[in-house]
Design a binder for this molecule. Sequence first.
Ligand code: NAD
Ligand code: TDX
Length: 332
Amino acid sequence: MSALLVTGGAGFIGSNFVRHVLDRTDHSVTVLDLLTYAGNRASLDGLPPERFSLVVGDIRDAATVDPLVAGADAVVHFAAESHNDNSLRDPSPFLTTNIMGTYTLLEAVRKHGTRYHHISTDEVYGDLELDDPERFTERTPYNPSSPYSATKAGSDLLVRAWVRSFGVRATISNCSNNYGPYQHVEKFIPRQITNVLDGTRPKLYGAGTNVRDWIHADDHSSAVLTILDAGVIGETYLVGADGERDNRQVVETILGLMGQPTDAYDLVTDRAGHDLRYAIDSTRLRTELGWSPTYGDFTAGLEATVGWYRENEAWWRPQKARTEAQYAAQGQ
Ligand code: NAD
Ligand code: TDX
């Protein structure tokens, strides 16, 4: 049994990870989360108090971070500013949280000799052409496009430097686009589901031809646990479930699942610098560490996600009006 410190555990993937860990292991979990607009205490409701606690605090604050790291066997670092569109409106918190927050955690794990796992994204590799037969691998050069992905790339490089220069015991995972319960309605899939529930048409950026490689958040969680248990220190693992779809296909599937005509969507102003395609080759994680995803059927995973948003309006409703007002202000 280990004591895990999970940063960003009140966010989308972090809260799914905390539930996954508490359900499947005997580890205890302390979440450190600032509860920004993206963090939600309700995402952690009902967890067992003898194995779970929430500390509301900032990863950029060394005085908060240091004692929590001192008391942990391992740190799993999810906390970040995570939304590309927000990073185009105001990059500033992306620089401080994603770069300085990671630096603050790295200094604490260096001081205390604590095992560290760093959560990152496939967006650090830039994008691929639609017809490129190659997918991203652990050897793909970094080439980020947005302020968000540039700060995630910067944080990954800090981790690599702290491993090499200071012997920090760290691993990194770069995962593709996640979907599932507890995702903020600013993101593509929950935005469209909650639009349909509100009687509003889904909004596709540009021509809707951009491709994302979808993985269920629970499969991301099992990958992170696998790497925490068996990953080689200093190594990077790519996480993906062979889930490539273009955005138009995803919206058509959502509309079909929700009983709407599959062409009942609008094309809106494209995202500046919009990455065309992401695609992950997760061979290394599968062959070296024996991981495989369990959500093989994307449509079934999406149907369950639609069901979750139908049943949990009280969770998402408080986010919706502000999010849509921000999009409307830029024609999206
Ligand atoms: P999210 O925005 O839903 O959650 C982020 C969490 O971090 C929130 O709870 C927020 O309150 C917290 N946070 C933000 N700034 C903080 C600070 N300064 N101190 C403490 N807590 C702070 O994000 P997510 O989609 O769950 O992403 C989690 C991680 O996974 C991020 O590192 C992201 O880059 C990475 N990732 C996300 C995806 C995806 O598809 N969403 C894919 C690959 C990797
Ligand atoms: O309303 C929309 N319409 C639309 O067409 C929104 C919100 C998005 N999109 C498009 C943009 C992307 O091509 O859908 C795709 C997915 O968009 P997002 O949900 O914003 O995700 P993305 O930009 O791909 O980044 C996500 O995956 C990688 C996460 O937000 C990141 O945190 C993660 O690193």
